[in-house]
Design a protein around this ligand. Structure first.
Ligand code: AMP
Length: 113
């Protein structure tokens, strides 16, 4: 937990968020600026800067599994959805705590911009 990290503060419950799912190692909450009808962020509770800094395979597994659980709960598992993690400057990462975007509820374009 770092006080300066937005998503650590959400994980600690000191910054409000609309939580949609949790497991022992990860939590999921609605994106503040949704880009699709379903736009949920899934984070490990423990601070990890990005996928580039992640070395705990179990933690990554729990986080990815929660993303699939979110898709089921949000009703997009059958219609389809996308799971994205932005890494670093060129990847468009704006929050320095690993997070998966779960996007769905409309057809999603490819390739991304
Ligand atoms: P990225 O640009 O991949 O780092 O994604 C960061 C995401 O966090 C963006 O989609 C933001 O809309 C979202 N975001 C930023 N602050 C908050 C917050 N306090 N609660 C929920 N989502 C947030």
């Amino acid at each position: 937990m770092t006080d300066s990290c937005l998503f650590c503060r959400i994980a600690a419950g000191t910054l409000p968020a609309t939580i949609v799912a949790e497991n022992a190692h990860a939590m999921a909450f609605r994106d503040l600026h949704p880009q699709a009808p379903v736009h949920v962020l899934v984070i490990p509770r423990a601070h990890v800067d990005s996928l580039a800094a992640a070395s705990d395979a179990a933690l990554l597994g729990e986080t990815m599994a929660l993303a699939a659980e979110v898709a089921r709960r949000e009703g997009v598992a059958d219609s389809g959805y996308r799971v994205v993690t932005n890494v670093g400057r060129d990847g468009g990462q704006s929050v320095g705590h690993l997070h998966l975007h779960v996007l769905g509820g409309r057809p999603l374009g490819w390739p991304p911009g």
